[in-house]
Design a binder for this molecule. Sequence first.
Ligand code: UT7
Length: 328
Amino acid sequence: MSKINAAITCVHGVVPKKILSNKDLEKMVDTNDEWITTRTGIKERRIVEDGETLSDLGSEVVKSICKKRGISPLEIDMIIVGTVTADHRFPSTSNIVCDKSGATNAWGFDLSAACSGFIYTLVTGQQFVESGRYKKVIILGGDIMSSIVNYKDRNTCVIFGDGCAGVLLEPDKEGNGIIDSILKVDGSGRELLIQKHGGSAFPITKENVGHPDNFIFQEGRSVFKFAVTKMADVSAEIMERNNLTGEDVDWLVPHQANLRIIDATANRMGLTKDKVMINIEKYGNTTSGTIPLCLWEWEKKLKKGDNIVLAAFGGGFTWGSVYLKWAY
Ligand code: UT7
């Protein structure tokens, strides 16, 4: 019997309607469109309206995936959500998405790996499909970063946005799907990109309400140095391990944190710009959402058998790459 691979068979994304542009941010903090564009590549990002939640976006993604694939939500076995901005500490957003989307035969859980959330979640879902026991697993990557961003801190508020996207994983016996992955952590970098308060180590109390540590903190320059080398290294490593040259790779799908990091990774891989998915200018850094949002926007251009490398770097530190062959 030929090996079962876990293959992406459908993709969809949902972003909030409300746009927060660089011009809007100029009125909120001491920044300007020129700085944001040249230092990051971002022009605008999407922000949820009051009351709009990650599970709202996620359940829309699940319903649309089922509609596009021509299946009922009742056929979904599992939903795994990569996020650091779940609706609640518990129950899991996966749990709520199963309910809101009508995927009531599914089980699932949330997975926290910051900006590497989607690739970590994808590789986790892969194991369930490859085991042969699960046939339809939805992997969501999404974050409502506006819920943890301090809109008085120009170091972070210009970077992040909200959005959610996901893929359906199904068994494939034609040799397409996820071929290889490399996932890494280095917890010694945890203080450089962190939402310090709000967990059990530092609960939010009436004494610390409004404290900057209740929001996301990033030591941008230090994180940049790690991100730019680690994301390029891990992408080169997965190519080498699978005997791929720049010519063989059809698409790089990089985490959208900074255009300069994306360019460095593509250069290291020997890729021309037309093979790199970039939408950072529209959505900013949606943390777990960036990679599936790219796949969704490029879906029509993808061909069966395309060699695709996903690469991410995020808080933790977490990073990694995935090599897959597009299956449809
Ligand atoms: O997604 C997960 C992983 N995260 C990343 O990969 C992000 C990695 N880091 C970055 O992308 C970049 O470090 C940032 C975009 C966050 C910052 O860019 P940078 O080129 O590293 O800027 P910097 O922090 O070194 O700051 C340069 C200058 C500073 O002024 P001085 O000290 O040179 O006078 C900052 O105060 O730019 C200033 N600055 C700003 N100016 C205008 C910082 N933020 C802003 C701003 N507008 N929003």
